[in-house]
Write a protein that binds this ligand. Structure first.
Ligand code: FMN
Length: 146
C-alpha cells in the first residue's frame, strides 16, 4: 500500500479542510495517508512517504509560515533523497492565489516531481472544489504506486 503524506498549514481552517479532502481522495484510491500540520511534520515524514501533497493558505502572495517552516527544516535532511518523489500542491486564498507559485517553486528545489495540476480554492472548499481536491489525492496515489 502506498504511503501518502499531506503536509499543510492553516490559520482559520480552510486549508485544513482542503487537506482533509485530499486525504479522503488518496484513501479512496487505496493509499495509507498521514496528514500533518507543517509545524509538526518532520523530515522523516517526507523521507518515509511514497508521495506528498503540499498545502497552504495564501499569505501576502506567498505560502504560509507552517509550510515554509517544514520546507526549511526538511531541506538539508532530505536533500538528494527525495528526487522525483511524486508531489502535488494546493492553496486556499482570498481572491489571489499567487502563493501557489512559491509552493511549486520550492517543490522543484527539493527535486520533487509534480504529477498533477495544482488546485486553487477560494475560501473554504465546497462542491466542485472538494471534487478537485479529492482528484488530486487520487492522482497522487496513482503516481505513488508507479
Ligand atoms: C496574513 C494573511 C495574508 C493573506 N494574504 C492573502 C493574499 O495575498 N492573497 C489572497 O488571495 N489571500 C490572502 N489571504 C487570505 C487567505 O489566504 C485565505 O482566507 C485562506 O483561505 C485562509 O486559509 P486558512 O483558513 O487555512 O488559514 C491572507 C490571509 C491572511 C491571514
Amino acid at each position: 500500500m502506498s504511503k501518502v503524506l499531506v503536509v499543510y498549514c492553516s490559520m482559520s481552517g480552510n486549508t485544513k479542510a482542503a487537506a482533509e479532502a485530499v486525504a479522503d481522495g488518496a484513501r479512496a484510491a487505496g493509499a495509507e495517508v498521514v496528514v500533518k500540520d507543517g509545524f509538526e511534520a518532520q523530515p522523516e515524514d517526507l523521507l518515509g512517504c511514497d508521495a506528498v501533497a503540499l498545502g497552504s493558505y495564501d499569505a501576502f502572495s506567498y505560502m504560509g509560515g507552517g509550510l515554509k517552516d517544514f520546507f526549511d527544516r526538511a531541506f538539508y535532511p532530505t536533500q538528494g533523497s527525495v528526487t522525483d518523489k511524486p508531489c502535488a500542491a494546493f492553496v486556499t486564498h482570498g481572491g489571489g492565489g499567487k502563493a501557489i507559485e512559491s509552493v511549486e517553486s520550492i517543490a522543484r528545489t527539493f527535486k520533487l516531481k509534480q504529477v498533477t495540476d495544482s488546485v486553487l480554492v477560494k475560501g473554504r472548499p465546497e462542491g466542485e472544489a472538494v471534487d478537485e481536491l479529492e482528484a488530486l489525492g487520487a492522482a497522487l496515489t496513482a503516481a505513488a504506486a508507479g
